[in-house]
Design a protein around this ligand. Structure first.
Ligand code: ZN
Length: 986
């Protein structure tokens, strides 16, 4: 394979290199190699712990958002989810930190910018990031102790994995059911047909990897001792890879790692790398899955074709493969999109489409969802692939890809370290040398020279080598109306079989165990063993991002690395007739999908990729910081290198002024179909947001507009529109006419404002004159409309909670109440209250006791709305009850101390002080009208909130105020019609 060599001397990073002399021994680690990566402004240092052989990768970069991670190779031996359940239980207490859930408790003792743990196919990793050095040390300690010295108590296994428990702990005669956090989490995942498709595809093509998350049908086979031995086998330094990124000293981390690792010997672990299915000939697998209620009955098929294309340790080949995947499938002008999606064979690409290199094999997959004819799909894919051998790819498309890669190197992202880690871990844990993946410029220049020398030829080589006439793996999933019923029957059978084996002594043990678990969940703990930051670690003065405010074009000058970011918006507060609001999102999508009278969207998109980092349009709505009145804006954004801003403006002009909705009605149908095909999965993934949006829409006009544009009301609209696509008269009246009318209200030069972010005054002047030219191309005024957004009606509630039925296995719930505008003094206390409720009450009630995957309270500072939610919840009625009683709890039962208050504030400041990218500086002021002074005032109010302030707002806003509740999920027997409003989505 191709190896890249680069020499330190050619780069001006000598000083950094002198910091890490190869061969040096530091705290039991030897510096093995050093790699300068000037194009990304970092140096990579590869170290090995001599005693255990554990590898550490350090990325030294002048970035304050530091990252730490520990990763283990964890091949799952079966589908019981052992790796995933272990990931959860390691976080339930360790020797040094023997408290329930130290990981979760650290969330509010820290200023972390990210904390999580993740189970991949054959690895588990524990990353966090923070910009505070004391915090970094604290979290690193908790992470290391959690992974290497966890308590792994039997009770933790029962809580996080699975258990049998009485449905009512007070009643020994109540039904015995399955409970457990991971058990419910995975049942929840199975609610999504996209997940079903993805996971069954994965299991079919790569059976040796099993299902690392856990198949609910198999999870209940897992025994406690399996968990213990899985930990003993895999969580050893010799099987661990650690990672640090940022500007904190490496020395300190090595010292701490050595302290931990020197307690272990060295293991010679045989690196087992499971291989995918050996499909020497064509292989076909068909599975069944959930019916998508939002798609027509004849469009329920998901189907795909996959080829095995070498393995990711060949970094350059993998890169070229990705480029090919991009050329074939990315964007409106790609041949697969045109032949499969525009032609109507599928509504959208299937979730497994593209190049996957996260296992020990590369897969190239083309798949569609919303399909009815698998054989037409297959023929089309074959013919597109064969065509690539006959007709070369357009050179400007390859240039566009190179351009995008070059630009992405300059566009600073605040989570760069984490993203780098994610890209490295899957390969690194197998056999890819991480250094091979870090030499961005070498890969790119190799690619440029190969392309210059061989042109299209070397793409064809790869396609011929791996794809044409090579065995293909066909995977399909058909919808079965009985699917969820089958799952329920299976669970009931599995349960009754288990229960039938229990004698009365077993049942007594189960009852006792359930009560013990509840008792321990309810007990108050001494958390003093856990490290914590203090409120004094939060500076009283916040960062400022002053902008040069002008009536029409404001700007901010900052270090943008040669990029100019452009934003424009037009207020629609008094522009849109009531009946057209629900069409606003679709309208914004049309602008970046359809095309103009003279150009197809593919042509515009090619130009966009060739000259800019991307251009987008959207309609947003938020509440006014002082009045709570809705602010509706039409927004357009884009960025490019400084010298290319005129392209951004020219593309804006084409999209905004010249988009021709009537001419591109066929593309509009494709767009509506693809939106419809993702509706159900987006509810399955974020049902709690939909439920929250729905309840909030009863209280606030801005939320009601949001609901119409993007909530459950919007899903209904898209479903309704997708049903009229084949009736040309209805399609004209219900879709085209509405959007054309909307355009006449939205597009005009009055009320337009711009915000330019770049690195110099000269550039501002240049861009200002380009904006004037852009403005001259716009109509002076839009069609007159007398409706004001402030009068937009909220949804009306009957007083009963609403159930929106969906064929899921679990529920998502929400409950909302009104708070105050951003500038109101009570806002800060409400924000602290919602945080205390989440961490000190709801987490225990909803997640630990209720078995939901997540739940809490959120205070939206800008909309002044207090919302409660639960996520993948097996006990929605209980959760809503808990939400309703939060006020009473806060006033009568809560025993909150100053330390709790400080924790709540720390958590809030994780967000307030999260690092932001240069492109986002000042945007809060431009987009929401919140100035640096307003933010500073809010900051001080937050820091100054007292416990009595918290009590006051609990009394004022949580007791007698109007509240609205809703759930999304299946109808339960207890949800009787007289108590609930039941709504069908279809
Ligand atoms: Zn999990």
């Amino acid at each position: 394979m191709l190896r890249f060599k680069r020499f330190a001397s050619q780069y001006n990073q000598a000083k950094l290199l002198r910091k890490y002399p190869v061969g040096t021994i530091l705290h039991g680690y030897e510096i093995k190699r050093v790699l300068p990566v000037p194009e990304m402004k970092f140096i990579a240092v590869d170290l090995q712990h001599s005693q255990t052989g554990s590898q550490h990768l350090h990325i030294d970069r002048d970035d304050k958002n530091n990252v730490f991670s520990v990763a283990f190779k964890t091949n799952p031996p079966d589908s019981t989810g052992v790796a995933h359940i272990l990931e959860h239980t390691t976080l339930c207490g360790s020797h040094k930190y023997p408290v329930r859930d130290p990981f979760f408790k650290m969330l509010n003792r820290s200023l972390s910018t990210f904390m999580n743990a993740m189970t991949g196919h054959d690895y588990t990793f524990y990353p966090f990031s923070t910009a505070n050095q004391a915090d970094f040390k604290n979290l690193r300690d908790v992470y290391l102790d959690a992974t290497f010295n966890p308590l792994l108590k039997h009770q933790d296994f029962l809580q996080e994995g699975w258990r049998l428990e009485h449905s009512d702990l007070k009643d020994p005669n109540s039904d015995i059911i399955y409970k457990g956090v991971v058990y419910n989490e995975m049942k929840g995942q199975m609610s999504s047909s996209n997940y079903q498709f993805w996971t069954k595809f994965q299991q079919s093509i790569y059976p040796s990897l099993n299902n690392s998350g856990g198949d609910p049908q198999k999870i209940t086979n897992l025994q406690y001792h399996d968990l213990i031995s899985f930990h003993a086998k895999h969580y050893h330094p010799s099987n661990a890879k650690t990672f640090t990124y940022g500007n904190f000293p490496l020395d300190d981390t090595l010292h701490r790692l050595n302290e931990e690792f020197s307690l272990h010997g060295r293991r010679n672990l045989k690196k087992e790398i499971p291989k995918p299915l050996d499909f020497a000939t064509e292989t076909r697998v068909t599975e069944i899955g959930e019916v998508d209620p939002m798609l027509p009955p004849d469009k329920q098929l998901k189907t795909s074709m996959t080829w095995l294309c070498g393995d990711p340790s060949n970094v350059y080949d993998t890169f070229v493969l990705r480029v090919i995947g991009n050329l074939l499938m990315d964007g409106h002008s790609s041949p697969m999109y045109q032949e499969l999606i525009e032609s109507g064979i599928g509504y959208d690409f299937a979730v497994n489409s593209g190049v996957d290199s996260t296992t020990a094999a590369n897969f190239f997959t083309v798949g569609v969802q919303g399909c009815s004819d698998a054989s037409r799909f297959e023929k089309t894919v074959h013919s597109v692939l064969e065509n690539t051998l006959k007709k070369p790819f357009e050179p400007k498309k390859v240039e566009a890809i190179i351009e995008q890669l070059e630009l992405s190197k300059k566009n600073h992202k605040t989570d760069f370290g984490l993203q780098l880690l994610y890209s490295l871990v899957p390969g690194w844990i197998n056999k890819t040398d991480p250094f091979d993946n870090l030499v961005f410029d070498d890969i790119l220049s190799q690619f440029k020279s190969d392309w210059a020398e061989q042109g299209d030829g070397f793409f064809r080589d790869v396609i011929e080598r791996y794809i044409i006439d090579k065995p293909c793996f066909y995977f399909s999933m058909e919808a079965d109306p009985k699917f969820s019923q089958t799952l329920e029957l299976e669970e009931a059978g599995r349960l009754s079989q288990k229960v039938s084996q229990l004698d009365s002594a077993d049942k007594e043990t189960i009852l006792k165990r359930g009560m013990q678990l509840q008792e321990s969940q309810n007990s108050l703990e001494d958390l003093s063993c856990l490290p914590t930051l203090k409120i004094k670690d939060i500076p009283r003065k916040g960062d400022t991002y002053g902008i040069q405010k002008r009536p029409q074009i404001s700007h901010r000058i900052t270090d943008t690395n040669g990029i100019t970011y452009l934003r424009g918006k037009r207020s629609l507060n008094n522009a849109i007739p009531l009946h057209l609001y629900p069409y606003l999102s679709l309208f914004a999508d049309c602008l970046t999908s359809l095309g103009t009278s003279s150009e197809s969207y593919s042509e515009i998109e090619d130009e966009m990729k060739l000259h800019t980092g991307g251009v987008s349009t959207s309609v947003s709505v938020h509440a006014n910081a002082e009045t709570l009145e809705p602010q509706v804006d039409f927004n357009f954004e884009g960025y490019s290198l400084n010298a290319k801003t005129e392209y951004v403006l020219d593309i804006w002009r084409k999209l905004i002024v010249e988009t021709d909705i009537s001419k591109h009605s066929e593309k509009l149908k494709v767009l509506i179909r693809s939106l419809a095909s993702s509706n159900t999965s987006s509810v399955a993934e974020s049902g709690h947001s939909y439920a929250r949006g729905y309840t909030g829409a009863h209280l606030l006009s801005s939320r009601a507009i949001k609901e119409a544009m993007g909530g459950i009301e919007q899903l209904k609209l898209i479903t309704r529109l997708s049903a009229v696509l084949d009736d040309s008269a209805l399609f004209q009246a219900e879709v085209i006419d509405k959007l054309v009318e909307l355009k006449s209200y939205v597009i005009a030069k009055d009320e337009m404002k711009f915000f330019v972010t770049c690195d110099g005054d000269k550039q501002v002047t240049t861009v200002e004159s380009q904006i004037q030219i852009f403005l001259n191309s716009l109509p002076d005024q839009s069609q007159a409309c007398s409706f004001s957004a402030a009068k937009y009606p909220t949804l009306t509630a009957s007083g009963k909670p609403t159930l929106v039925t969906f064929p899921f296995q679990v529920h998502y719930t929400a409950h909302s109440r009104m708070g105050v505008p951003y500038v109101h003094a009570d806002g800060a206390s409400l924000q602290v209250l919602s945080n205390l409720l989440t961490f000190k009450y709801l987490h225990r009630e909803i997640r630990e006791k209720g078995g939901a995957y997540g739940g809490g309270a959120v205070y939206s500072a800008l909309d002044g709305l207090l919302s409660f939610y639960s996520y993948r919840d097996p006990h929605p009625l209980n959760s809503l009850n808990v939400f309703n009683n939060c006020g009473k709890y806060a006033l009568e039962k809560a025993d909150w101390h100053t330390s709790n208050l400080d924790e709540a504030k720390l958590t809030i400041f994780q967000q307030v002080d999260a690092p932001i990218s240069p492109s986002s500086e000042g945007v809060t002021e431009f987009s929401y009208g919140i100035s640096d002074d307003m933010r500073q005032k809010r900051r001080e109010q937050l820091l100054d909130v007292t416990l009595s302030d918290v009590r006051n707002v609990a009394e004022k806003y949580l007791l007698d105020s109007k509240s609205v509740s809703a759930a999304i999920g299946p109808k339960l027997a207890e949800m009787k019609e007289e108590l609930w409003d039941v709504k069908q989505l279809q």
